[in-house]
Design a protein around this ligand. Structure first.
Ligand code: UGA
Length: 480
């Protein structure tokens, strides 16, 4: 039984629709409802009395100071304590600063002092990502529970049993789920559990900012950030994920959690300067990208600019703290005519930036544009017919803030193309040609090597002649 203080949201859910775009969520809702395992109510009291376990999933938005606003947690604590008629396990699912669980326990005791019920508290942070939330929930790498007693641990183990045993119905993999080790269930203190969530998100933010500074360095030195980070990622101590350079981290989790973690550290006298720097690096990403746009366009006022992508990441309609929104806001303030498209997020973007022209067809965004910006790495954009785009643009200029496309192929198609931390196409093309020559030479040498006659003469003979090299075909234009 689920409740929310927004009656419109409950009405949407009761009508069988998900209030957000999230792949597979509609299937989960429909299956659970038709099996009688899921219901919605506007009455908080009814929801509280419906079960022995209550998950608190309210928002904890940032206050002006960056600290998490916990007023919604306090609110539901009062409702739970006054509406409960039997003992409950109250589980914090919302992302909260360390020690919130202890405060929650106190609040429940104070608000419920007249009914004398036992209301235990546990922490169970969520690690799922928007866009892959259902898959992450069904296939977690870890389930963390912070408890104060064995009974709470037992109850949480029972709740997660289908996931721990792999016996749940997974809507993501319709045939069979790929084989994977069972998730770890980690049982900790409540405070450690709360810290694990903030510490994880903040570390991910650090990794992204590190990759972004590396990208700036690569640009100055003529190296390729993707070559650097993919080699770094092969070291299991570093890992390949969250090293994608670009417009920086957005959304309603990483930016607010980093801030809240810094404030929490400050409140107990610890200076988390490392995270402040990650935040500062992130805040500069949009500005640096816009500098590149201004450099490329020379005069931006009255130029027509197309923007591909509004959501803070692909496969979601969430535009909260999305870098794309900030890019558009600043361009519009400078008198640029912006036309934007996104497969899912246009409605939510319109609510924030009503004066921008939104078009469903991404090719329309390119029509007569002086520049096209890629601000969210939707797969749909990668697969577009870029020859067709080139032909409809006023100037074939693409600034790729997410490194979605291939610089060499974009150059071969005749685009002026800029991306983040990658050498210009000319340098890359030259390096690819050199690699091709080495491969060609090695192929020619192979029989000689196999025979074991590796003489200087043989090497010279096996090398392709300069005439052969100049005869090489140019790269075939095609879709990146
Ligand atoms: C994040 C965490 O990844 C989840 O584990 C956590 O559960 C969730 O917050 C939460 O606290 O609820 P999410 O905000 O959905 O998930 O998105 P991420 O995939 O973390 O991406 C955040 C931002 O970082 C996006 O703007 C994305 O484009 C950017 N990013 C990500 C990069 O710029 N580079 C990367 O390599 C990865």
């Amino acid at each position: 039984m689920c409740t929310d203080n927004d009656p419109a949201r409950i009405a949407t859910l009761e009508a069988g629709r998900a209030p957000i775009y999230e792949p597979h969520l509609d299937t989960v809702l429909a299956t659970a409802r038709s099996a009688g395992r899921l219901a919605f109510t506007r009455s908080a009291g009814e929801a509280v009395r419906a079960g022995d376990n209550i998950f608190i999933c309210v928002g904890t938005p940032p206050r002006q100071t960056g600290e998490a606003d916990l007023s919604a947690i306090d609110n539901v604590a009062r409702i739970i304590a006054t509406e409960a008629r039997t003992p409950k396990l109250v589980i914090e699912k919302s992302t909260v600063p360390a020690q919130t669980g202890l405060q929650l326990k106190r609040a429940l005791a104070v608000y419920g002092r007249k009914n004398g019920l036992t209301l235990r508290v546990a922490s169970n942070p969520e690690f799922l990502r928007e866009g892959t939330a259902v898959e992450d929930f069904m296939h977690p790498d870890r389930i963390v529970v912070g408890v104060e007693d064995e009974g709470s641990e037992k109850q949480l183990r029972e709740i997660y049993r289908p996931i721990l045993e792999g016996s749940r119905h997974c809507p993501v993999h319709t045939a069979a789920c790929p084989p994977a080790p069972a998730p770890h269930m980690l049982v900790t203190s409540m405070t450690s559990s709360e810290l694990i969530k903030h510490a994880s998100n903040s570390f991910l933010a650090l990794k992204i900012s590190y990759a972004n500074v590396l990208a700036d360095l690569c640009e100055r030195l003529g190296a390729d950030v993707e070559e650097v980070t993919s080699a770094m990622g092969l070291d299991p101590r570093i890992g390949p994920q969250f090293l994608r350079a670009g417009l920086g981290f957005g959304g309603f989790c990483l930016p607010k959690d980093v801030q809240a973690f810094v404030r929490l550290a400050e409140s107990v006298g610890v200076d988390f300067g490392l995270l402040k720097e990650a935040e500062r690096v992130n805040r500069r990403r949009v500005g640096l990208f816009l500098d590149e746009v201004r450099r490329a366009l020379w005069v931006v006022k009255d130029k027509q600019v197309g923007v591909l992508g509004l959501a803070f990441k692909p496969n979601t309609d969430d535009v909260r703290l999305a870098p794309a929104i900030e890019v558009i806001r600043q361009l519009a303030a400078e008198g640029v005519q912006v036309r934007a498209s996104d497969p899912q997020a246009m409605e939510k973007a319109r609510a924030i930036l009503p004066d921008v022209e939104y078009v469903r067809d991404p090719y329309e965004v390119a029509k007569n544009a002086d520049a096209l910006l890629i601000t969210t790495e939707w797969e749909e954009f990668r697969r577009m017919d870029w020859k067709r785009i080139r032909d409809v643009m006023a100037r074939p200029l693409v600034l790729d803030g997410r490194n979605l496309l291939d610089p060499v192929q974009m150059k071969a198609l005749g685009f002026e193309y800029y991306s983040v931390g990658r050498p210009d196409a000319q340098a890359k093309l030259k390096r690819r040609r050199n690699s091709a020559i080495v491969i060609q030479a090695f192929t020619a040498l192979k029989p000689v090597l196999q025979e074991g006659h590796l003489s200087k003469t043989a090497i010279l003979e096996a090398r392709p002649s300069s005439r052969d090299r100049t005869k090489r075909q140019p790269l075939e234009p095609g879709n990146p």
